[in-house]
Write a protein that binds this ligand. Structure first.
Ligand code: SER
Length: 344
């Protein structure tokens, strides 16, 4: 295939998911990028039309991924495909296969591609606040904002998978085959963001444990009742989808020498479920929200930090949140969700 050498070619996995939808739009605004998108599910037409090619396939399928990376001479991988925390807890063995096996497969293939072409491959992986493991609400309250190196003791298979994938990425990036004679021939440039709960106006999440806030918002906007599965006092950090997409694009383009580490916390604001419900009732006075905690999902969220320290991202690449809680509702969530359902 003849290629314009000035163009970067992105392989994006999980393109049918929530972040995939937003990221394809974000990447497309740059003309100098070719987008090869994959997902296990059919990719919606709106996303497909923005991609140069789409493939339905499994990230664990070594033959397919190898073919895509080699045929398109992929320069960047945004590896989004994963089972989220609630879904993963029902099928931990499958979660390990997909979340760890898929990442390992792509890192291995990217390293082989880099070695054969002599070019570095950039690898961007969304990680998560689920890699932290705290001992419950009092512990969360006591420790406040967590920094990247603390409490790396996940209590879910999803958190454990993502933490290991961060380590795999760092290993491939810095230490891969250090005893081999041809060490250094494969260059992987790995970057990862530990995302908080993400709130999108155009899409609804599935399979996550932070889904209670997006579920509440989408129910309120459509006049449906909502039963929130955590206590109103439950606090975790959040960001909106446009901020999430922008931060992934920013870390994907960052000059390596500005990065003092491979993995960064990012978040816009910290809020309890009750605070979100109060704001929602201001914007949607008919919202019907009840709280009926599910003990097991509550325990998962109780192990995640109430807030994260973002000073490393701020120092290294000027990361800063666009909106606080009130602004996120005023400038993005409420207007965008009203438009979304008006058009639906
Ligand atoms: N949003 C994810 C989940 O709920 C956490 O990163 O699983």
């Amino acid at each position: 295939m003849s290629m314009d050498p000035s163009k970067r070619t992105v392989l994006l996995t999980g393109a049918a998911g929530e972040i995939g939808h937003g990221l394809v739009h974000g990447l497309r605004s740059h003309d100098d990028i070719r987008i090869i998108a994959t997902d296990l599910k059919e990719i919606p037409e709106e996303t497909r039309s923005l991609c140069d090619e789409v493939h339905v396939g499994d990230v664990c399928d070594e033959g397919l991924m190898q073919q895509l990376i080699a045929m398109h001479e992929v320069t960047d991988i945004y590896h989004l495909a994963a089972l989220l925390s609630t879904r993963a807890e029902h099928v931990p063995e499958v979660a390990h296969e997909v979340n760890v096996g898929g990442t390992w497969n792509l890192l291995k293939l990217a390293a082989a591609h880099s070695a054969s072409h002599g070019e570095s491959v950039r690898f961007v992986l969304p990680s998560t606040i689920a890699i932290y493991g705290l001992d419950g609400p009092e512990h969360k309250q006591r420790v406040g904002k967590v920094v990247e190196g603390e409490f790396n003791l996940p209590k879910t298979i999803y958190g454990a998978n993502k933490l290991y994938c961060e380590h795999l990425g760092r290993y491939y990036s810095r230490h891969y085959r250090r005893l081999a004679d041809d060490r250094g021939s494969a260059r992987i440039d790995f970057r990862s963001l530990r995302l908080p709960g993400v709130i999108a106006a155009e899409t609804k999440p599935t399979g996550g444990t932070s889904d209670y806030v997006p579920e509440m918002i989408h129910a309120a906007a459509t006049g449906q009742p909502c039963v929130c599965f955590v206590r109103p006092t439950t606090r975790i950090p959040w960001m909106t989808m446009p901020e999430c997409v922008q931060s992934l694009l920013d870390i994907g383009r960052m000059e390596r020498d500005r990065m003092s580490q491979s993995v960064y916390n990012v978040a816009s604001f910290s809020a309890t479920a009750g605070e979100v419900a109060d704001i929602l009732r201001m914007h949607f006075p008919d919202a019907r929200i009840e709280f009926e905690p599910d003990e097991n999902r509550q325990a998962i969220v109780d192990s995640w930090p109430g807030d994260v320290d973002i000073s490393c991202a701020n120092t290294d690449w000027n990361y800063s949140p666009r909106w606080n809680l009130e602004e996120a509702f005023e400038h993005y969530i409420v207007p965008s969700i009203r438009t979304h359902y008006a058009q639906a």
